[in-house]
Design a protein around this ligand. Structure first.
Ligand SMILES: [Zn+2]
Ligand SMILES: [Zn+2]
Length: 348
């Protein structure tokens, strides 16, 4: 991959991706072919040697306990904080779904500079990773789904696929395969490089500081409540995003390809603004709708269409209806609402 980029890009690449430049100790032990994962890397509760990331375990643990406290104390009179939290969380969600997922990872559409900046800032407000790391992990996930190289391999169980993978050091296969997945397009995007350079200030500013400052300064709301709303929406959005990797890889139907693990999940689509039609998405990853239908629990598609009407998003990609039909008839499990030959019970 590096041979196809310029020397400036190689330097940016080394700065941008310390994981690749470091000398990784590749110790492969026996692979269990049947379960398709290295038995020395089971789950957080199995045998894990020294690969636990304790900082993430503590951070996520404490933040989830704090969010639990926030939810236990919810009262109707703080509805304004709930609405504000949901509004801010939705902006972050749009940054994840339309931004880092459909635009930066899959290039399902093209975007002008203002829209790219909006997507980057919206994604920064989600309080997740750098665009580069997120995209690399997700491209590896698509290319090596349900193998050791999949960062959140659902074969290792719900907890690992949901958030356990963030609490353990990466499996060696994830690191090695991460090196061969082409991410050179990101190095040519100044918006991505800017977010990489100012990752932490952007994350803190847009995910936590601004959602607190706006209501305190303009509407005189109490600081403590606004901090709770900011933390609550962050943790909630993390779980909505994670549910695509866990629930939408475990429980649902497979109308487009029965040979793969990703499934269709209405619940996850509702929670993740349209990302739960995952059997379709893994079959046609370049479709900007990430689903066959435009607006079935898919508010992200609606917003991309709005930007397309403005001319800010263009060259929206999607397969022909004929191709989708042929694939569904040939490879699906028969549960397709139009072209299915049997009805498969939804395990949701
Ligand atoms: Zn997936
Ligand atoms: Zn994807």
């Amino acid at each position: 991959m590096l041979s196809s980029v310029t020397s400036t890009q190689v330097i940016s690449y080394a700065i941008i991706d310390p994981i690749i430049s470091q000398n990784v100790n590749l110790k492969f032990s026996k692979i269990d072919k049947k379960k398709n994962f290295d038995q020395s890397y089971k789950t957080l509760w199995g045998y894990f040697e020294q690969e636990i990331k304790w900082n993430n375990v503590i951070l996520l643990g404490v933040m989830h306990l704090y969010t639990l406290k926030i939810f236990l104390m919810l009262r109707p009179e703080i509805w304004h904080l709930i609405v504000w939290g949901l509004f801010c969380g939705s902006i972050g969600g749009f940054g994840v779904t339309a931004g880092v997922h459909r635009y930066f990872t899959h290039r399902c559409f093209k975007a002008n500079l203002p829209l790219r900046i909006i997507l980057m800032l919206a994604f920064s407000s989600s309080g997740q990773n750098t665009i580069y790391d997120w995209v690399r992990d997700h491209r590896v996930h698509h290319k090596f789904s349900e193998t050791d190289a999949d960062p959140h391999n659902a074969k290792r169980g719900f907890f690992f696929a949901h958030c356990g993978w963030l609490m353990l050091k990466k499996h060696p296969d994830v690191v090695t395969k991460g090196k061969i997945v082409d991410c050179s397009d990101l190095l040519n995007d100044p918006v991505v490089l800017f977010q990489q350079r100012y990752f932490l200030p952007l994350k803190l500013l847009f995910c936590f500081v601004i959602p607190v400052i706006i209501p305190v300064y303009f509407w005189g709301w109490e600081v403590g409540g606004c901090i709770d709303a900011a933390i609550g929406k962050w943790v909630l959005l993390l779980n909505c995003t994670w549910s695509v990797n866990s629930v939408a890889h475990l429980w649902g139907t497979k109308p487009y390809n029965k040979e793969i693990s990703p499934v269709e999940s209405r619940t996850v689509s509702f929670l993740s603004m349209g990302e739960g039609w995952h059997n379709y998405h893994h079959t046609f990853p370049w479709d900007y709708k990430a689903a066959e239908l435009s607006y079935s629990w898919n508010i992200t598609t609606f917003f991309i269409d709005v930007f397309a009407k403005m001319g800010w998003a263009y060259d929206l990609r999607q397969p022909s209806l004929d191709l989708v039909e042929r694939v569904a008839r040939k490879a699906g499990d028969g549960s397709h609402f139009k072209w299915g030959h049997n009805v498969v019970e939804e395990h949701e």
